[in-house]
Design a binder for this molecule. Sequence first.
Ligand SMILES: Nc1nc2c(c(=O)[nH]1)N[C@H]1C(S)=C(S)[C@@H](COP(=O)(O)O)O[C@H]1N2
Ligand SMILES: [Mo]
Length: 362
Amino acid sequence: MSSENSRPGISRRNLFKIGGGVVAATILGSGTYAYLHRGASVQLERLGISLPKALNPLPAPPADPALEVEKLSTLFTPNDKFFIIDNAVVVPQVDTANWKLTIDGMVKNPITLSYDELLARPIIEVDDTIACVSNWVGGPYVGNARWLGVRLDDLINEARPSRDADQIMSHSVDDFTAGFPTATLDGRDAIIAVGMNGEVLPVKNGFPARLIVPGLYGYVSATKWLSRLELTRFDLKQGYWIKKGWAKFAPIKMQSRIDTPYVEETFAAGKRAIAGVAWAHNVGIEKVEVKIDWDQWREANLGPELNNTTWRQWWLDWDVQPGKHKIQVRAVNKKGDIQTSVKKDVLPNGAQGWHTITVFAE
Ligand SMILES: Nc1nc2c(c(=O)[nH]1)N[C@H]1C(S)=C(S)[C@@H](COP(=O)(O)O)O[C@H]1N2
Ligand SMILES: [Mo]
């Protein structure tokens, strides 16, 4: 990883957020004032929107084990805690009156939809865990949400794509691009999302609309501030990060993470829990195993399973003796594949290996 710019897509925007409006405006000048002003009006508009209900709403979420297990990730990641990854210098502020979505390229029937026309389509709910390819083993760039939106396969079919098109290239209002195979639309619940965890999609997560394609890393699929879906070919066009050396095809790798204890944590000896989350997209988590020091692998308790593209929480009770301890975790998917121990860095197609931490009990 050479520089920040070579990661899909670490935000330089934090600089902007830190000082708040006044400081940022002083540093960046009067263009910034207009931007902040527009931001406020887009936020106001967003708060006034009431989204349609899903045709077949998902059942209410099951009881969350995180209520019982301290420091375990919640089953759904709250919007204000959701990770944010993009290369936008400033967050695009899109006002829905001027927004439209175009589906074009190698299609017989190009489609253009306004925001209201999009919302008038059949709406579904999808629980899905999204992940960034730059997430290191044990890292924070993964989150689970209940998304609300319009099925992507229906819209693409309506546009009557040419048989020769093998890629769906998504474009954003700020010229980000991400492409994935047309074959990915195999019946899975890929959507143009307009809602997230019961709210209108937050501005930082892509308001008014973004793509959610279960099972693919964000940099090839999860375009925020979406403006265009172009049917094309991989041998003609490549998305933003592909030109920078990241893999063309990027299914999310099976992973497991220890949330608690944290790396190098010191805590009192005695009873406590080891807990975290694990995911194996499109297959599902069968079990999670934990190895403490030189013991045998022990099977953890598993939280509720929403579907096979969401993470599963896990936890294990531990009676800790004083001293230094090593903890490792690995997942097993429903095909019986054990998460690989072979370590790989994030480039080109996602990190792998077992999350391994050292802790101290006293
Ligand atoms: N317009 C735009 N969309 C984007 C990106 C971007 O840089 N610009 N980054 C992608 C990447 S790399 C990831 S991992 C996801 C992250 O989505 P989130 O910020 O809602 O968590 O957004 C994707 N969508
Ligand atoms: Mo990403």
